[in-house]
Design a protein. Structure first.
Length: 418
């Protein structure tokens, strides 16, 4: 669970011009959706600046020239080919001890020659995008990642391809022509990339596009995974954000289920001596036996352990809100009953009973155990029902401070400054 709910899905509302319910039932995973800036509730004059609070072209200059950006947070591509990082990166200089920092002059040269500049993982390096990405992931219930693409006039960074994740395109500056084709592979998994299906992609690209549009600033485009697409800049430099949505699929549930099947002794047995598993006829009998065991086992599977396996994988794909480590460390030394605390933003957690005397707090990267007597207080603070250390329920004053210090140390709660 998290410390907050989805509400009205405000981040999703910025990506589409239909209601969240209509998007969920009509478009999600089914078909593309083009949303024009003019359809926004903002005035016409503000339409072209709908996403300037997330990132601008000037912000990209700031990242590349002054923030010490390194690969793989930065890459460049041209004509469908990703350039060698040595073409645009180099040593960071005396004392830096890095060899792959973006070099302004090399990025300039490559861009001036027609290469597309790609900033990857912006949800980890640019605060406005990071906040938006966290909200969108909460709105959708699936992990997201954000890249920026800047293409010189009349150029194209990548040839026709499809993604194995869903995509929202937010046009920031300039205009870009997008051609989208019907799926070559319906709902491809990460193990089914387009690079292994070039003939199908070529055939799809040669046919009539399902969508042939020009995105202007403030426009958005949603593409389900598997829909081949290409994009080409027009007369001006163009920039857009691509928000990749990495959906939890039924196959992911099946993978979790199969990992649970490893606990069944009958399904771990070795094949009989002399059986050739590469021979379909020889394998038929064993396959029938495995199927019989599975059909007997599946109806009795407890969804709890399956959900635990999915949670462990899903939570590692996201991050809670940033904290200030030095401020947190300082708060540890001055913590008292009057110290104001609040749950860490976007923190996913689960509290379980691990025995008569222990509760376990499951987080995205670890599990922390506490005395069972702390369970009520932990649940209360993470649910947002506690304002000060002295308000922690079910504990004496000394225990309140000890628990608060532990939660602060584990980055589960944060200190609220006056």
């Amino acid at each position: 669970m998290t410390a907050h709910g989805q509400g009205e899905r405000p981040a999703l509302a910025r990506c589409v011009r239909v209601t969240p319910d209509e998007f969920a039932t009509t478009y999600w995973g089914r078909r593309p959706l083009l949303s024009r800036a003019g359809e926004s509730r903002s005035g016409a004059g503000a339409a072209s600046k709908l996403f300037d609070d997330l990132m601008t072209v000037a912000d990209v200059d700031e990242l590349v020239s002054r923030r010490g950006l390194r690969t793989p947070f930065l890459r460049m591509a041209q004509g469908g080919r990703v350039l060698n990082p040595r073409d645009y990166t180099g040593p960071g200089g005396a004392g830096a001890e890095v060899a792959d920092q973006a070099l302004d002059e090399r990025v300039l040269a490559a861009f001036a020659d027609g290469a597309t500049l790609v900033l990857q993982g912006l949800h980890r390096v640019w605060p406005p995008v990071a906040e938006f990405a966290r909200q969108l992931a909460d709105d959708l219930g699936h992990p997201v990642g954000v890249n920026a693409y800047l293409t010189p006039p009349e150029d194209q960074g990548f040839t026709t391809h499809y993604d194995t994740h869903d995509v929202f395109v937010l046009q920031i500056a300039g205009s870009k022509r997008w051609q989208v084709h019907h799926p070559a592979v319906v709902d491809p998994l990460p193990s089914q990339p387009w690079a292994g299906r070039t003939e199908e992609i070529t055939a799809a690209a040669d046919g009539s596009p399902a969508l042939d549009v020009v995105l202007e600033p403030g426009d958005t485009l949603y593409l389900p995974r598997g829909w081949p697409h290409s994009a080409q800049a027009r007369q001006d430099l163009t920039m857009h954000l691509t928000i990749g949505v990495f959906p939890v699929t039924r196959y992911a549930v099946l993978e979790a289920l199969l990992s649970l099947a490893a606990e069944e002794p009958k399904l771990r047995r070795s094949l009989p001596l002399g059986v050739d598993p590469s021979d379909p006829d020889a394998l038929a009998g064993e396959l029938a036996e495995i199927t019989r065991h599975l059909t007997g086992w599946l109806p009795a599977v407890d969804p709890g352990p399956v959900a635990d396996r999915i949670r462990a994988k899903l939570w590692r794909q996201g991050r809670p809100a940033p904290i200030r480590p030095l401020a947190q460390a300082a708060a540890l030394n001055s913590l008292g009953p009057g110290t104001r605390i609040t749950p860490r933003g976007e923190l996913r957690w689960q509290l379980t009973t691990s025995g008569p005397d222990v509760v376990s707090l499951h987080l995205f990267d670890r599990t922390v155990t506490f005395p069972a007597s702390c369970g009520e207080a932990i649940r209360a603070v993470l649910a947002g029902r506690v304002d000060r250390v002295g308000d922690l329920p079910g504990l004496d004053p000394d225990s309140q401070v000890v628990l608060a210090r532990r939660l602060l140390r584990e980055a589960v709660v944060v200190s609220v400054e006056p």
